[in-house]
Design a protein around this ligand. Structure first.
Ligand SMILES: Nc1ncnc2c1ncn2[C@@H]1O[C@H](COP(=O)(O)OP(=O)(O)OP(=O)(O)O)[C@@H](O)[C@H]1O
Ligand SMILES: [Mg+2]
Length: 251
């Protein structure tokens, strides 16, 4: 069997005296779609940042395509960070943000070739019409699409997304998953996505990594998101989210 896209080997991450991640272990095969699910503060973003080489493991290790994250060529990985706040007041267009995905710096000059690549990425996510729009004028959902375009502009083999549906309405969200799925198939890419949405994890992922500091499950969605596992991860299951009915309908 070929080297997995991601190997997480007994990973522990501690900040000060506090363990944020304990003994996470998983192998994510190439071309699969994995959802990372867990409550607020479970360590999901920290796990993704460890896979990007932005956080160093306290114990254990992770490899991406068989290499340490820091040694993976940057064009292999696309990343959509969790948007908490972003200063969008500076005068810049959407396409300029996408161009930073090609060069990792602000495009003071842009070649015709790069510009066309950036436009093609915007087209792929149905956002070509936003290319020249000022970032400050984008809606939350439009900004997320532009960030998605930025993450795939270099045709990465691995795309990691931290709650990419934040601020997107239901129709826009469905479109975004369709575009992501199309990209995954076309580029034979692996997708790892953090989501709070059970339905999304259930319907789009091949496997779900359920964590709350410790690993609860890494399995097929219907197994990982069992009622018992969700109670272990979240402490209780909210009726308000229709979660119980989802879990029950799932068997
Ligand atoms: N650099 C850091 N230094 C110290 N503590 C941190 C740091 N980064 C994250 N933490 C803490 O680690 C815990 C996990 O944070 P993380 O952002 O990974 O959670 P999350 O599962 O992504 O949560 P959310 O669903 O709210 O995005 C939190 O308690 C957070 O305060
Ligand atoms: Mg997070």
């Amino acid at each position: 069997m070929s080297e997995p896209a991601i190997r997480i080997d007994h990973l522990h991450v501690r900040f000060d005296e506090y363990y944020v991640l304990q003994d996470i272990h998983a192998e994510i095969q190439e071309e699969s779609f994995v959802a990372i699910v867990g409550p607020n503060g479970a360590g999901k973003s920290t796990l993704l940042r460890t896979l990007l080489g932005l956080v160093i493991p306290t114990e254990g290790n992770v490899t991406i395509f068989g290499k340490e994250p820091r040694n993976v060529p940057a064009d292999r990985i696309g990343y959509v960070p969790q948007i908490k706040t972003m200063d969008r007041s500076f005068p810049a267009q959407s396409i300029e943000l996408v161009l930073t995905g090609l060069n990792r710096r602000w495009p003071w000059t842009k070649s015709k070739e790069d510009y066309e690549k950036a436009l093609a990425a915007l087209e792929k996510v149905g956002a070509a019409h936003l290319a020249k729009r000022a970032l400050s004028k984008l809606s939350g959902g439009e900004l997320q699409r532009v960030c998605l375009a930025r993450s795939i502009v270099r045709q990465p083999r691995l795309v990691m997304l931290d709650e990419p549906a934040t601020g997107i309405d239901a129709v826009g969200e469905a479109d975004m998953y369709r575009d992501l799925e199309l990209y995954r198939r076309e580029a034979k890419a692996t997708v790892v996505m953090i989501t709070h949405d059970w339905h999304v994890a259930m319907h789009h992922a091949d496997r779900v990594l359920l964590i709350n500091q410790k690993q609860i499950s890494f399995d097929a969605p219907s197994v990982a998101l069992s009622e018992e596992n969700l109670r272990r991860a979240f402490g209780h299951i909210g009726h308000e989210h229709g979660l119980l009915s989802l879990v029950k309908s799932n068997g």
